[in-house]
Ligand binder design. Structure first.
Ligand SMILES: [Zn+2]
Length: 148
């Protein structure tokens, strides 16, 4: 029994250290969303060709990004870890991608209606930035914060 517990401690410790390091790697804006109880949301583009489900807190912190492209789109979004985002399989056929400058951010939008329902942000390439306006308004609680 003692052997078993020392083996499990041997296995658990590196995993705990790894998770702690991963946690520290997440920018503060993503950590905020990881620290709270999660709620299921659905969303998508205007023509509904691109659809997804996701988990995010009830209280969403929305970013009004001032990069050149988000500024033009007035793209208010919240960021979640990619593991909390699930794209409806058929949506892949309707997505197209635009990259510029460092080419880190993946600006994804629907080929049919042109709406960017989500994208992969440069600030957090392991995360997903979800366009607030692409979540039905009845799902979004009044508990919402805007960050500059
Ligand atoms: Zn569309």
């Amino acid at each position: 029994m003692e052997v078993l517990s020392s083996i499990s401690a041997f296995l658990v410790a590196p995993v705990a250290i790894y998770l702690l390091q991963e946690w520290k790697n997440y920018p503060q804006r993503v950590r905020h969303h990881m620290e709270q109880e999660l709620k299921a949301y659905t969303g998508g583009c205007h023509c509904n060709s691109v659809r997804f489900t996701l988990l995010a807190p009830r209280h969403l912190v929305v970013w009004n990004c001032n990069c050149s492209i988000c500024f033009m789109k007035r793209n208010w979004h919240f960021i979640i870890p990619a593991s909390q985002f699930s794209l409806v399989e058929s949506s892949k056929d309707y997505l197209t991608e635009y990259r510029f400058n460092t080419k880190t951010a993946k600006h994804l939008f629907c080929k049919i209606c042109g709406v960017q329902a989500y994208y992969v942000p440069r600030s957090n390439p392991d995360g997903i930035a979800v366009t607030l306006a692409c979540i039905p308004v009845e799902q979004v609680s009044s508990s919402l914060s805007l960050s500059p």
